[in-house]
Structure formats: C-alpha cells, structure tokens
Write a protein that binds this ligand. Structure first.
Ligand SMILES: [Ca+2]
Ligand SMILES: [Ca+2]
Ligand SMILES: [Ca+2]
Length: 479
C-alpha cells in the first residue's frame, strides 16, 4: 500500500506540470504554449509557406522538432528522447508527426498534398524520460525533404577540384563508387573511392531550409553548461552584460551578446542585441539574421546537439540541382544570372521582415554589398519564384552567398552519416563518430564578402572552410 501511495504521489508531482513557455522563432516558425502531462508534451506550432506537392520538385517541407529538458535541481539541460512510434504522437489537421528510429526528434509536416500557411496547430509528443521535475524547451528547425532519386555531380566546367560530371545512382549508393575531381595544375583527375556507407544523396533525406540563425545559436548557448559555453563563444561568459559573444565589435551584423553574465559557476544567459540602443531581444535585434562568426567546431557541436548531421559534398549538389541536367556555371537557384543586393535597398533592418526593396533574378548577398549577413530567406516571399528567391531545387534558401557553409569532403571517405545524438561533450564539442574535425570540409557557394562569381556556383569546391571563427562562416545541417 505504501509503495502504491508513493507512486501516486510521484505521478501527481509530474502530472499537469506547466513548462516554461518557449517561443521559438526561426524566421516565421512559432512554437508556443508547451504543457507537460505525464510523459506527453503538448504545444502549438505554426509556420508560413508550407508545402507538400506531387509535381516537381515532388517534395514537402517539415519542421524538425526536438525537446530539451532541464533538471530543476542541477539546472542542467538534457536531450529528451521521443517515442519511436509515430502512433504515440498526435497532431491536428493538416499535420502529421513522423517519428524517428533513434527517437532524437520528430518531423512535423503536412499529411496530405497542399500548400500555404500552417496556422496554430496543436501537437502532442510522447517523451521517454525519467519522471522528475523539469523545465522544457521545444525547439523547431524548418527543413525541406530531398526525395530519393538519381542526380548529377559536376556542372561540366572543370575548375580546380570540381567533380568531373557524372550521374550518382541508387546502385552507386548500394555498391560504393568512385568520383573524380579535376586539378589543372598538373592536368590530372584525382579519384576517391566512396564505400556504400558514405551518404551519396540517392536516399531520401531532409536539409535545413535556412542557414543557422542567430536566435537558433542563442537557444543552443542557453542550454549549455558554463564549461561548454566557454568553447562555443569567443568572449568569456563571465564578460559584462552587453558584451558580444562571438565578435569583438558590433560590425559584421552579429548581435549575439551576454544578457546576464556568468558568475563563474552558473552559465551566462545570451540574447540577440543587434540594436544595442534598445533592450535585448527587441523586434529589430537580428534574431533571424544568419549566424556568422562560427567555426567548424561551433557548427558540428550545434548539429550534434540538434540531432542533425553535416551534409556531404555530393549531397550538396543534389540539394541545389535536384534531378536536373547540370548547367555549366549554374548558381544554386538553377541559372547563371547573379545580381548582388544593394545595401541602400535594405528595409526593416534587423526585424523578422528584413529584406530588400527590389527584386531581381538571382538576387544574392555577395560581393561585399553588405558588411555582414542578412535575414535567412530574405529574398523569399509568398509569390517569389525559384530564381528571384534564391531557392535551390527543393526549396532550401540562401545556399548561395549570405554566410559560407560547409559540406563534408569526399576526402573523408570514413564519413558514414551518423546522426547527432542530442548531446555534446563536457567541453562543448560535438562527439559524433567520423565527423570532420579539421581539414576534411569544403566551403560552399560563397558569403556576403565573396567577390568571385565562380566561388558562388554549385559545383565549386575551391574554397576552404576555416576551423577558426570568421565573419563569413555559418552553417546548415541535414538528417
Ligand atoms: Ca536591442
Ligand atoms: Ca549560404
Ligand atoms: Ca553527441
């Protein structure tokens, strides 16, 4: 009897526990009002311009949703495993929840063919965590599906290190294959033999719709311990409130700053403060600007923590080009026209609607038109086409310009696409097996300061992504 009473008391303590309400805005995505009852967490989700289409590009968008929980005694955040059965989760129409076999998160997406905005829709997820008293954060990342199918690498121009054009097929994935790149210095093609374990992009996967934003990096920093924060920032978490976290000055449009300093024991609390003339996290504080000043270790730590992984060199080309025949010198939006943005046309700076007052074919933040990155998805509207929005084939935005991104080089043939498990090591570094840690990465498709048009093309592999932070570098992941 006593045992039963104890159990009932424990259950009562965790039933109907009102979680700290989190508003997660990744551009137009909003998750709000999370309530926990037993092992279920219920929240509302909304986002704009969602789609699920059975005509080209034959894909859908989705939101990758993860749950983090904080032990109220230790104050440390952990990753909540979710049920691996889709039937354990529920979503209101028009959405459905796709569970994952590793339980690290779920994809929430349109259940049926359709397009348009998703208004506030209730979702309930079943968690697999030890009962206790916790705070919760529900975090979402907008993604686009890259359906299974064959595609081409190499655009036909043999610049140094670009792949010699060929098709990648499902048979190549199942049997392993060789790819070749060209080097003009000695007029030689170099071969890499990729085993079947190397992710070649012929199987269905998801890619982040946008570059990692400053608010997303803030959400990450605010779930870390002090020791982890030390390695994921440039300036010490003990720095005075208002100190920029990643940069030494407010130039280059990175506004992430210390909101509450660490006392040397507890972690700091970070926020967005691009406009230091008003309060933190004001509407013009750059929450949706792509996060720059990231190092390779910063991005891999984020992707591991979020249950994602880096993309490979050849997956990058599929994300951009889809199944289409390559066009020599094409940009990620599928043609050879590029138009640099003009800073004089910037409107609503720092806000959720930051963009440019003009439209143009291949409008792109490159060639030093701006002193830093702009809002992720800045060129996309409800009515823009692929070329005017800078969208890649499946709808991922800003692969060309804004911030430099990286793909795993084919030189890292041991990369087998293992997924992040939601947890990073005590020093704040990602610890997924066989992920790149130094030289085995390729910088892709330019940043706001890139002046070479060739560097902006889909197939270019000449640029190096640095292991140290610089103003050009950001990131994006896949799953
Ligand atoms: Ca501010
Ligand atoms: Ca980019
Ligand atoms: Ca890990």
């Amino acid at each position: 009897m006593n045992q039963i009473l104890t159990q009932i008391k424990r259950l009562l303590a965790i039933i109907v526990f009102l979680a700290s309400i989190q508003h997660t805005t990744a551009n137009n995505l909003n998750i709000s009002g999370s309530i926990v009852s037993g092992s279920n967490i219920t929240f509302n989700i909304s986002w704009e311009n969602s789609w699920n289409v059975n005509t080209a590009p034959n894909n859908r968008d989705a939101v990758w949703v993860i749950v983090k929980y904080q032990d109220c005694a230790t104050r440390e955040w952990a990753h909540a495993n979710l049920s691996t059965l889709s039937t354990d989760h529920t979503a209101g129409s028009p959405l459905q929840v796709d569970a994952m076999s590793d339980g690290k998160g779920v994809f929430i997406r349109r259940a049926a063919i359709g397009a348009g905005n998703i208004s506030n829709t209730s979702v309930t997820l079943k968690m697999n965590i030890t009962p206790g008293t916790y705070n919760y954060k529900v975090l979402g990342i907008e993604m686009v599906n890259v359906p299974s199918g064959d595609f081409y690498i190499g655009d036909g121009y043999n610049y140094d290190y670009t792949f010699i054009q060929r098709q990648i097929t499902a048979t190549n994935q199942s049997s392993g294959t060789s790819v070749y790149y060209w080097y003009s210095g000695n007029s030689t093609s170099y071969q890499y033999t990729l085993p079947s374990s190397y992710p070649m992009g012929t199987n269905s996967f998801y890619c982040m719709k946008y570059e990692l934003s400053q608010q997303q990096y803030v959400d990450f920093l605010n779930s870390l311990t002090l020791s982890q924060q030390v390695n994921r920032t440039t300036n010490a978490p003990t720095s005075a409130a208002g100190t920029y976290a990643l940069v030494n000055s407010g130039t280059d449009r990175n506004g992430i700053a210390t909101m509450t300093s660490s006392n040397g024991a507890d972690p700091a609390v970070y926020g967005c403060n691009l406009n230091s003339g008003n309060a933190f996290n004001s509407s013009d504080d750059g929450q949706n600007i792509a996060c720059n000043y990231l190092s390779l270790a910063d991005v891999t730590a984020y992707l591991d923590w979020a249950g994602l992984r880096p993309m490979t060199d050849i997956e990058f080309e599929k994300i951009c080009r889809g199944p289409l025949t390559p066009l020599p010198g094409e940009y990620p939006w599928g043609n050879t026209t590029i138009t640099a943005v003009n800073s004089a046309n910037l409107i609503n700076a720092g806000t959720a609607s930051e963009g440019f007052s003009n439209t143009a074919t291949g409008l792109c933040n490159y060639n030093n038109a701006m002193t830093g990155p702009v809002r992720v998805g800045y060129a996309a509207t409800g009515s823009s086409g692929r070329s005017s929005s800078g969208a890649a084939y499946y709808g991922a935005l800003d692969l060309g310009g804004n911030v430099l991104e990286f793909s795993v080089s084919i030189s890292l043939t041991t990369f087998n696409g293992i997924l992040g498990d939601g947890t990073i090591n005590a020093s704040g570094f990602g610890d997924a097996t066989n992920w790149p840690s130094s030289v085995n990465v390729t910088a892709r498709a330019g940043s706001f300061s890139t002046t070479s048009n060739i560097a902006m093309t889909v197939s270019n592999r000449q640029v190096t992504y640095s292991t140290s932070r610089n103003k050009n570098q950001g990131g994006r992941g896949v799953r």
